[in-house]
Design a protein around this ligand. Sequence first.
Ligand SMILES: [Zn+2]
Length: 245
Amino acid sequence: MGFPPSVTPITDVERVLCVAAHPDDIDFGYAGTVAGWVDAGIEVSYLLATRGDAGGFDNTPRDQMPVLREAEQRAAAAAVGVKDVVFLDGYGDGVLVPSIDLRRDITREIRRVQPDRIVTNSPLRRWERIAGPSHPDHLAVGEAVTCAVYPDARNAFAFPTLLSDEGLEPWVVREIWYGGGPDPDYFVDVTDAYPRKLAALEAHTTQTSHMELDARLRMMLGAMAKLAGFPEDRMAEAFSVISTA
Ligand SMILES: [Zn+2]
């Protein structure tokens, strides 16, 4: 089963939390949408489950990769105006599973940030194109976030020490936007934010310096705009929007 048709997004949004498996996921997927939200005065926070230690395409010493990629993600966030960037410790790139530990750590951040909306990877695989969006780490994060939104974050008796020891009150996230999943049907015009999205992706030097980034992005985002029925020369990012209130 795929996603149901997207709901009409809520409009009274003050805070958004973006949760991703790897540095660069947010920027490839939806940094243009994030830039628009920052422009609108919405507070956006990033949570990264790993530092992308299995990434890169050259002979950079492997122990340097997570250090470089954390710095790249912080620079990419700054390029779209996001300052609150948190990395979880203890999770490896390529071996992420929707474990109880991961659910607890995501729940902690949900209760800290208190977002109205979460954006994350789709937990549903795209069978027609298993590479890229359907990386197993992405599916794992999508599943763990969904479980953290319901029931963990809103249930005071889930992970009880979050409340008793850390003072983190239960929180209801009202909406999830999934990126990279099958048949997205909600589109955001990101044409005006495109230079900032490009800058964010250029900040991920270890991942993108070998690519024809501008041409690739224009092709991807142009295809989404066409799917959305937007006018010629527009660019779009695509989602499935689910109500979780
Ligand atoms: Zn990824």
